[in-house]
Design a protein around this ligand. Structure first.
Ligand SMILES: *[C@@H]1O[C@H](CO)[C@@H](O)[C@H](O)[C@H]1NC(C)=O
Ligand SMILES: *[C@@H]1O[C@H](CO)[C@@H](O)[C@H](O)[C@H]1NC(C)=O
Ligand SMILES: *[C@@H]1O[C@H](CO)[C@@H](O)[C@H](O)[C@H]1NC(C)=O
Ligand SMILES: *[C@@H]1O[C@H](CO)[C@@H](O)[C@H](O)[C@H]1NC(C)=O
Ligand SMILES: *[C@@H]1O[C@H](CO)[C@@H](O)[C@H](O)[C@H]1NC(C)=O
Length: 954
């Protein structure tokens, strides 16, 4: 709402009937209005006295220059920012003199908007969008021309020419929720400036005051094609402070002339300001102390918000009154300075419409309360972040104050980590879009690695969001919400020259930039380019169907249109490797794979259901190794968790808790088995024995529910091992001592399920020792322990050796040859480390910065590798993660070997091979589409429990 001068409160309250309404708009408080009237009356009186004493006399000791400065401030207070212009600029304000113009030739271009003449309705449906062929000319940090066959002779002679070789070219990706720079990686106490936790309401702090240009993650993020990020303060506070939009070009190596946060600002003119607020669990958990300080509840949080806005509204009113009076009587006649208050200045600017508000709110009550605040205090909100439940309540979003409903900034499928994240849907983006709202995909870096934020958009597409909307969700949509609609997000003349050329369709698995320009300057001199053939484009017109949450159970099935099968059904009578196979399932078992004429008849007689696929894939089941599924329902809620502590060694099988939402989703995404160990202290730590179980089981006594009571013995030697008085050296030594004691021990433990009993099995080689560890140094120490213990076993007359498995393994590639020589395998967890912790700081983050990642180096060295889950929500993504290894591996492994990373290899590592082979006939997954690629989905799962679960289309 623009506040023109003539809208301001008049000198005389009664003269203009407009003004009481305006005040009611700020705060429906009669009392305050009376106070304001009294103030005004006083000002009138004071000015009258000044005027009558004559202009030359000095009524007060106020400084005239200061009063004049204050009057300047009035005009700033009254100004309402507009989106900065794009077209019409000769040069980008961020352009650095001397940088040469560039012609990018032969690109397949995504402009970011539909062709001219497309109606808004058609555009929303994706009509008019396409990849087009052409060249892009950039100069002075701007895109100047996007045309077919730009003639290089018409350009200045110093123009650099870059051949895109037909590859995909998009605008730079925009991540609208990042903490990069303020939450430096690897995370250390000294570099964490995410939240100012001195108070719950800190609108007065600014992320720019903590942005560290040396945070290497800023570069890692860019290597994924992200050129722009909104750097927000954390969500510990209800009002966390000001946020800033930066570009990921830092210092001289990136073509800048200084290394500073100011130099990174996307808009050096700072037209818009940004603020971060947060509802829900965090603030009450961080601040609430019963009887001492709030908020302890969402009720208290709303009070904190309203109280803060009330202070800001009061400041705004005082200022407006002063400015109006100064206009009327002449500023030199004022007898006080403009009321200013740094504490409430930012919130005042929010109420003046100068600040883009971004608020973290997950649940319906949070969303509803915050929308209520926007209407009470009359300010718009640009986006709800972590907006998990927005898809359930589009109408609440639509009643937010302002011209346009807030967007929803989301993860594609990261959920269940706390109560407010328990309800969520991977279809949220699609549903919001269908309701006329805007989904935006974000990283919350370091929660997710922003390097791969485009993968969030790819998954959103996988979950049914139309292709053009998925690409918009990380380009044009965040550009618009940030107020950069005319500058960022499109490949059009007048836009900033932030450009990415990709090695494949950006929404395909493993898409990686080959070169990136920021403000017209190429960011890499020698980028590593993956050996990849230019992939066929994704067919963007194809509607990706979504399947129902709940499957139906069926015993007889005929599946037609299977193009590729990775299962090895022994009873399958006919050959493999042919297209368009038919699979017949009788009583939950695959009885035939091929033409199957006879079996089809039997199945038809038995009333089989038919699933006809266009491009069907059948695979072995996927296995979730190393997560907490089966032992936990909501990560942060103790009541839902098995629990764990460094002092406790226990068996996972004794803590199994089945039939949870996590397990239902595991099954839905083809993960029919999991191997989970009790945790040591935190998620992704392990101690005790892991249990191997089937994710579809209702309880542990169901036939087939548990396939391995004790799959491996686990210890944790990552940074968590350094708890209390324990050092890493002590933890390694303690493990060695326990193993040597097990070698020496010649008495049978009285409790066959005790730690020492399991360790005796470990030193006899009948049970694996799985160690959670990232650091190459600690892995080296473990390899020495293995040598010592193996020697002791030989001295004691044994002939076994320890079977060791590394879980985590961010730095394992550094000792890849040594691991291979010791026959020690690695479960990469996460698959792609991004150096979040000190002991992962040497991890490889991939092209274009590094030549491959840990998985490439390990496979090349001959180390047996599997993919683990460092967080439980990843159960949905195992196929795509394996796909990324396959696609970016340069042909090292084939598709079948990629699938082994999330199945067979886990069993090989643990010495449970016979178990892996067992399930083929009754444990399988049927996909429409290639499970290693975006756009596939599970249609049926043989869960190994006697029936097949069929997922029907919505
Ligand atoms: C950096 O470049 C900008 C834009 O060309 C210029 O205004 C500024 O003075 C330069 N700073 C330094 C330290 O050279
Ligand atoms: C564009 O690149 C493709 C793929 O490399 C190539 O086949 C084609 O000849 C190129 N076209 C031009 C005009 O260079
Ligand atoms: C990356 O590593 C692979 C395997 O070691 C090697 O063949 C390839 O040449 C390397 N590529 C680059 C660009 O260094
Ligand atoms: C695949 O096989 C089924 C059953 O044998 C047949 O009906 C269908 O037409 C075939 N489709 C193609 C594309 O060959
Ligand atoms: C057990 O080992 C100890 C020490 O190695 C030895 O003295 C003792 O005789 C052994 N006892 C048995 C029953 O083998």
């Amino acid at each position: 709402m623009e506040r023109e001068k003539n809208e301001l409160p008049p000198y005389s309250a009664v003269a203009n009937p407009e003004w009481p309404r305006r005040h009611r708009a700020i705060r429906r408080s009669r009392g305050l209005r009376v106070v304001a009237l009294a103030c005004l009356a006083f000002i009138v009186y004071a000015q009258w006295r000044q005027i009558h004493r004559g202009p030359k006399s000095s009524p007060t000791l106020l400084s005239i220059p200061k009063l004049q400065d204050d009057l300047e401030v009035c005009s700033k207070l009254r100004s309402k920012p507009k989106d900065p212009i794009g077209a019409g600029r000769h040069r980008n304000a961020r352009y650095i003199d001397g940088h040469k113009p560039t012609l990018i030739r032969n690109a397949t271009i995504w402009v970011g908007e539909p062709v001219k003449g497309t109606t808004a309705e058609e555009a929303r449906a994706g009509i008019g969008y396409s990849w087009t062929y052409g060249d892009v000319f950039i100069e002075y940090g701007l895109i100047k021309k996007v045309e077919k066959n730009i003639d290089a002779n018409t350009l200045s002679s110093d123009t650099l020419v870059w051949d895109a070789k037909g590859r995909h070219l998009t605008t730079g990706i925009i991540d609208m929720h990042s903490h990069s720079g303020v939450n430096g990686l690897p995370g250390l106490v000294g570099n964490d400036d995410t939240n100012e936790l001195s108070a719950d309401i800190t609108p007065y702090v600014r992320s720019i005051d903590g942005i560290d240009p040396n945070d290497h993650q800023l570069e890692v993020i860019k290597s994924g094609g992200v050129t722009t990020s909104l750097v927000l303060p954390g969500s510990g506070n209800n009002i966390g402070g000001e946020a800033f939009v930066i570009k990921h070009a830092v210092g001289k190596p990136d073509g800048r002339n200084e290394t500073s946060a100011a130099d990174m600002l996307a808009d050096p003119d700072r037209n818009w300001r940004y603020i971060k607020m947060a509802c829900g669990e965090n603030a009450k958990r961080v601040y609430g102390k019963a009887g001492e300080q709030g908020p302890t509840s969402r009720l208290g949080e709303s009070w904190e918000f309203r109280h803060a806005f009330e202070q800001a509204a009061k400041l705004v009113r005082d200022q407006d009154d002063w400015c109006a009076a100064a206009d009327t009587v002449g500023v030199e006649n004022m007898d006080r300075y403009l009321p200013q208050d740094l504490e409430w200045e930012t919130l005042g600017a929010v109420l003046r419409g100068q600040v883009h508000v971004n608020t973290h709110c997950y649940t319906i009550p949070d969303l509803e309360a915050f929308v209520d605040h926007t209407n009470e205090f009359k300010f718009p909100i640009r986006a709800f972040h972590h907006a998990h439940q927005t898809f359930l309540v589009p109408e609440i979003l639509k009643r937010a104050w302002g011209d346009s409903p807030p967007a929803s900034a989301l993860f594609a499928d990261n959920m269940w980590y706390k109560t407010e994240a328990y309800i969520g849907s991977e279809y949220a983006g699609k549903i919001l879009y269908e309701n006329g709202l805007t989904p935006i995909y974000v990283s919350d870096n370091p929660v997710l690695n922003a390097q791969h934020v485009v993968f969030e958009a790819a998954k959103a597409y996988d979950y049914g969001l139309p292709y053009h909307a998925a690409l918009a969700s990380v380009t044009t949509a965040p550009a618009e919400r940030l107020g950069f609609e005319k500058r960022l997000g499109k490949i059009k003349p007048g836009f900033d020259a932030d450009i990415v050329v990709w090695d494949s369709d950006p929404l395909s698995v493993g898409a990686t930039p080959v070169q990136i320009w920021i403000d017209g300057t190429a960011q890499y001199e020698n980028p590593v380019e993956l050996p990849k053939s230019i992939n066929p484009r994704i067919d963007m017109s194809k509607v990706i169907q979504t399947t129902k949450e709940t499957p139906i159970a069926i015993s007889h099935l005929i599946i037609t249109g299977v193009s590729k099968s990775f299962i090895d059904a022994k009873s399958a009578s006919e050959g493999h490797g042919r297209q368009n196979l038919t699979a017949v399932v009788l009583n939950g078992r695959v009885t035939c794979l091929g033409t199957c004429t006879e079996e089809i008849q039997t199945a038809q007689t038995g009333g089989a259901q038919i699933i006809s696929l266009e491009n069907g894939y059948m695979t072995k089941p996927f296995t979730a190794f190393g997560s907490l599924v089966g032992l936990n329902a909501i990560d942060a809620e103790q009541a839902t968790d098995n629990g764990g502590s460094p002092d406790v060694f226990s068996r996972g099988v004794d803590g199994l808790a089945l039939d949870t939402k996590k397990l239902h989703y595991a099954l839905k995404y083809g993960v029919t088995r999991a191997i989970s160990s009790p945790k040591y202290s935190a998620a992704a730590t392990h101690q005790g024995t892991s249990v191997g179980f089937r994710t579809g089981a209702k309880h542990a006594l169901e036939k087939g529910a548990v396939f391995a009571d004790d799959a491996a013995v686990h210890y944790t030697l990552d940074l968590h091992a350094k708890t209390g008085s324990t050092s890493i050296s002590n933890a390694v030594g303690s493990l060695r001592r326990k193993l040597l004691e097990a070698v020496e021990s010649n008495t049978t433990a009285s409790d066959p399920f005790s730690e020492s009993a399991f360790l005796q099995r470990v030193v006899k080689g009948s049970l694996s020792l799985a160690i959670t560890v990232h650091s190459a140094d600690v892995i080296a120490a473990i390899l020495k322990v293995k040598r010592t213990v193996d020697d002791a076993i030989v001295s004691a007359g044994g002939d076994s050796s320890l079977r060791v498995v590394i879980i985590g393994g961010a730095e394992s590639f550094i000792v890849a040859d040594e691991l291979a020589a010791a026959n020690v395998g690695v479960v990469l967890s996460p698959l792609f480390s991004y150096r979040t912790t000190w002991d992962q700081r040497r991890a490889l983050t991939g092209a274009p910065l590094t030549n491959g990642t840990a998985v490439d180096r390990l496979i090349e060295a001959g180390v047996l590798v599997a993919i683990g889950l460092e967080e439980d929500w990843i159960v949905r993504d195992l196929g795509l993660l394996a796909g990324a290894v396959y696609k970016n591996g340069g042909g090292k492994i084939d598709q079948s070997q990629a699938l082994d990373l999330i199945g067979a290899n886990v069993y090989k590592l643990l010495g449970l091979e016979s178990e892996a082979d067992k399930g083929d006939i009754e444990e399988f997954v049927v996909f429409e589409g290639n499970p290693l690629e975006v756009g596939s989905h599970v249609r049926a799962v043989g869960a190994g429990l006697g029936e097949v679960k069929v997922f029907e289309y919505e």
